[in-house]
Design a protein around this ligand. Sequence first.
Ligand code: CA
Ligand code: CA
Ligand code: CA
Ligand code: CA
Length: 542
Amino acid sequence: MDEPEQPRAWRESASRHAVRALVVVLVACCAACSAREQALPRDAGFDAVEDAGEARDAAHDGDVGDDGAAPRDGDVPADASVDGSASDAGSDGGAGDGGAGDGGVSDAGVDAGMEELLCPLARRVPTGCTPALDEGVAGLCEGLDDDCDGLVDEGCPCALGEVRPCFAGPPGRRDVGACTDGTQQCEGGFEIGMWGPCVGGLAPAAETCNGLDDDCNGCADDLVGCIPEGACPGPDDPRIPSGTPFATIALRGRDFFTGDAARWSWMVEGGPCDGVLPRPSFILADRTRETANFVPSLSGDYTVTLTVETADGALFRCVFVVHVRGPGLRVELCYPESTSVDLDLFLSAPGSTSPWFLDPRDKFSATPSACGWQNCEAILRGSMAPGGIPYPRADWGYASSPLAACEGGPLGAEWAALGACANPRLDIDNNLSEGIGVAENINIDAPRDGERFRVMVHNFTGLRARPLVNVYCEGRRVATFGAAPDEVPTFFASPGGVGAMWRVADVTTRLDASGELSCDVDLLRPPWRWTGYDVTYDDPRF
Ligand SMILES: [Ca+2]
Ligand SMILES: [Ca+2]
Ligand SMILES: [Ca+2]
Ligand SMILES: [Ca+2]
């Protein structure tokens, strides 16, 4: 539901004629200092990048301005007052602000004088904001912030742990310009959860001179005097690289900036495990060079920021999202205590209901019917009883994947010695010797239709830990369990027995007629209960 555009005459006022002179002065000034107008100001230095980042963060936090762009702070140069942000608020009618409320009469006059020049009314994209409402009551539970109050799907019920796409800006601006979806997860602890904040992706942000429509109003670089020295990519731009875990992704600055560069700077932000792990889940090499090399270890969305300090001291900035997609089903575990506590991830064989341990008193007697450290890594370890039969490799009838799917990982040399990547496989093992502070994951590159897998996390070392589990289906995160505020409350092992087990969820894979994979994920509750996680101590049951 788009609000009607206000007629131009509506904004005319007596004072407008007085400020027209000011507009002329501003335009003249801007033409005379083009370098400063073409990008963020020199004196702001790289701090301006931080400010811009904060503005974008603010948009993610739901603090959406009247026109849907992130709010500006005091460091933004004077010319910002005539860019698309304030101006299109007036013409859109804003998000219910009546159109003339912000900035006062003289601002409105300046904006009105410039806006048609910078972004003609016919091209401006309406915000699509509805009047304030409860989106749950209204049944508007579609991943959009319909009423532009900064909350996506407030009041809408969901299944705890579910993750889905969302857009953190005004609905009309979705997929316009730089704008692209992020994700939100269902939180709340009870049987019926509520949608959490929409994070990642790109919401409308302050317009900068970079060839891209940053505030997603329909006009790129609607700034006075802007002549961009490059072109940042929108979400579907073929210049945005994509990739798979462990493959090196080249981030080429020259694909985006063509002017004279004094300094290059790259920054990458990862997914939920990067908020938990003591070190990044990716490598970013050559981060101050024209071409940086980025090696992710996990699937998911990574937000990349390129900042170029131009030869004349201005800043040119691009922000875009790189999608890293490992195929099939991927389950990953990460936890903040990963440098001092050894948790292990297990995935049951399709349809299995076997107890997780052969001997209820032996925490190293994991069942051979589940995939874990004992039978799913490149090198197999342990035996089913002290001095007994070694574990055979988990073989659930899947073909192996080409070596390229795993040889870039921490156990790449071991997989290379085997000649292929097994399925299922545990390709990153967090342990307290060779793998400290990393995520742990189990992959099945080509699961079949209708298979059900149970995910379990084992704490055998005793100390308390706060595990977080992500489920990816064809490279898209579809569920996250154990993230704040829904952390596993008590997860420490007793000294004897098999320790603590968290039965996280059952994942059922679905293949449609075209072979496209989807996954149903069902959170597991304790038997006969509707709340809490299914955590046991010294109980090996499935
Ligand atoms: Ca809302
Ligand atoms: Ca909604
Ligand atoms: Ca714009
Ligand atoms: Ca721009």
